[in-house]
Ligand binder design. Structure first.
Ligand code: FAD
Length: 339
C-alpha cells in the first residue's frame, strides 16, 4: 500500500525511454520513502515485458494485456488506472509528459480529485510546515518546475490528496538500471473487471508513424546554434563542424523561431534535454530556458562575440569571437588533425 507507481508507455513491444527514466526516479523516491516501486503496463502482446522494467528496481509490475488496449486510446487506459489507483492507493503516480501522458494524466487526476503538476524538471521528497493552519506534513513529493515563463522555479506540493501526480518530459531524468537480476512480482489485471464496454467506442483504424532522423537526445557531441548565428545559411557551418567531429546540430529557441533550424533540434525547457560529452554553443546567450536543457553536458565550449554572455558562466572554455571566423578555423584544424 501507498507505494510509488509509474505508468509505462509501450510502443511496438518496447517500453518508452521516458518511462524507464521515471522508473529510475521512482526507485529513488521509493527508497527515500521506504516503500515499493510499482509499474503499470497496459497494451497487447506484453509477454515478457516485465524483463524490460524490473532491472530498474521495480518491485511489482501490473500488466493489462488485451487486444483492445493497443494502440493507446484514452478511455480504457483511464478506467484501468483510476480503478487500480482506487484499490492500491499509491502515494505518488508518475507518467511521461508525452502526448499520451498529457492526455491520460489529467483525466486520471480529475477522476481521483488528486491534482497534477505537468512538465516537472525535478522530483524530490521533503517536509512542509503550514504555519497558518499549524500543520506539519512529512515526506511530500516536491514537484519542481519552471513557472511564469521560466522566470521562477516553483516547488509545488499536494499535502492533502492522493496520489501526488506529476508528468515529466523525456530526457529530463536519468535512466539507470539497478540490477539485471532485480526480481519483482507480476500481477495480471483482469481487464474485463476494470473496463466498461463503452470505453471502446473509439477505434483506431490506421496509424502513421513519422520517425525522426534527428537524434540529438543521445548525441555524444552537439554543436548548437543560437540567434547569433544570423541565418539558415550560416547554420551550414555548424552542420559542417558537427560532421567533422561526429556530432549533431542543436539550436536555441530563438534560432528555431527565426527559421534557422527545425523545432526537433530545439534544446531547452520547451525542447529536448541533452547530456552530451561535449556541447559547443555558438551564438547562444545562455538564458535559463536554454541552459535548463543542456546544463548537464560534461564539457561546454561557448563561442560568442559578447565576453559577458551568461553562457560563458557555464562554459569550460570560452572563445570570444564571431562564429563566422571561429568556426571555419575549428573545421580546418579538426580536418587537418583528425585521422
Ligand atoms: P539571444 O538571446 O538573442 O542571443 C544571441 C547571442 O549570440 C548573444 O549572446 C550574442 O552576443 C551572440 N552573437 C551575436 N552575433 C554573434 C556572432 N556573429 N558570433 C557569435 N556570437 C554572436 N530558449 C531555448 O533556447 N530553448 C527553450 O526550450 C526555450 N523555452 C522557452 C520557454 C519559455 C516559456 C520562454 C518564455 C522562453 C523560452 N526560450 C527558450 C527562450 C529563451 O528565453 C531565450 O529567448 C533564447 O534561449 C535566446 O536564444 P539565443 O541565445 O539564441 O538568442
Amino acid at each position: 500500500m501507498n507505494n510509488v507507481f509509474v505508468y509505462c508507455e509501450i510502443e511496438e513491444g518496447q517500453v518508452a525511454d521516458v518511462s524507464l527514466e521515471l522508473l529510475t526516479k521512482g526507485r529513488k523516491l521509493a527508497d527515500d520513502l521506504k516503500c515499493e516501486l510499482e509499474a503499470i503496463v497496459i497494451g497487447h502482446e506484453l509477454k515478457g515485458v516485465e524483463k524490460q522494467v524490473m532491472p530498474f528496481g521495480v518491485d511489482k509490475v501490473w500488466i493489462a494485456d488485451d487486444k483492445r488496449l493497443y494502440p493507446y486510446t484514452t478511455l480504457p487506459h483511464t478506467s484501468i488506472l483510476v480503478k487500480l489507483f482506487e484499490e492500491e492507493k499509491p502515494q505518488i503516480a508518475l507518467m511521461g509528459a508525452t502526448s499520451i501522458g498529457r492526455d491520460l494524466g489529467p483525466r486520471v487526476s480529475s477522476a481521483l480529485h488528486s491534482g497534477l503538476t505537468a512538465d516537472c524538471t525535478s522530483l524530490v521528497i521533503g517536509d512542509h510546515e503550514d504555519k497558518k493552519n499549524k500543520k506539519e506534513y512529512k515526506d511530500l513529493l516536491y514537484q519542481i518546475r519552471p513557472a511564469f515563463g521560466g522566470n521562477i522555479v516553483a516547488t509545488i506540493i499536494n499535502p492533502d490528496c492522493r496520489p501526488q501526480m506529476a508528468t515529466v518530459r523525456e530526457g529530463v531524468m536519468k535512466k539507470e538500471i539497478v540490477s539485471d537480476a532485480y526480481k519483482g512480482k507480476v500481477k495480471n489485471i483482469d481487464v474485463e473487471k476494470y473496463v466498461k464496454p463503452e470505453d471502446f467506442v473509439i477505434k483506431v483504424i490506421e496509424r502513421h508513424m513519422e520517425k525522426s532522423k534527428v537524434n540529438i537526445k543521445n548525441a555524444g557531441i552537439i554543436v548548437a546554434g543560437g540567434y547569433g548565428v544570423g541565418s539558415k545559411e550560416n547554420f551550414a557551418l555548424l552542420t559542417e563542424l558537427a560532421e567533422v567531429i561526429g556530432g549533431e546540430v542543436g539550436a536555441s529557441r530563438a534560432a528555431v523561431d527565426a527559421g534557422f533550424a527545425s523545432h526537433e533540434r530545439q534544446i531547452g525547457q520547451t525542447g529536448v534535454t541533452v547530456r552530451p560529452k561535449l556541447y559547443i554553443a555558438c551564438g547562444i546567450s545562455g538564458q535559463i530556458q536554454h541552459t535548463a536543457g543542456m546544463e548537464e553536458s560534461a564539457m561546454v565550449i561557448a563561442i560568442n562575440t559578447d565576453k559577458n554572455a551568461p553562457i560563458n558562466a557555464f562554459a569550460d572554455y570560452v572563445i570570444t569571437g564571431d562564429i563566422a571566423t571561429v568556426l571555419p578555423k575549428m573545421i580546418k584544424q579538426y580536418k587537418e588533425n583528425t585521422k
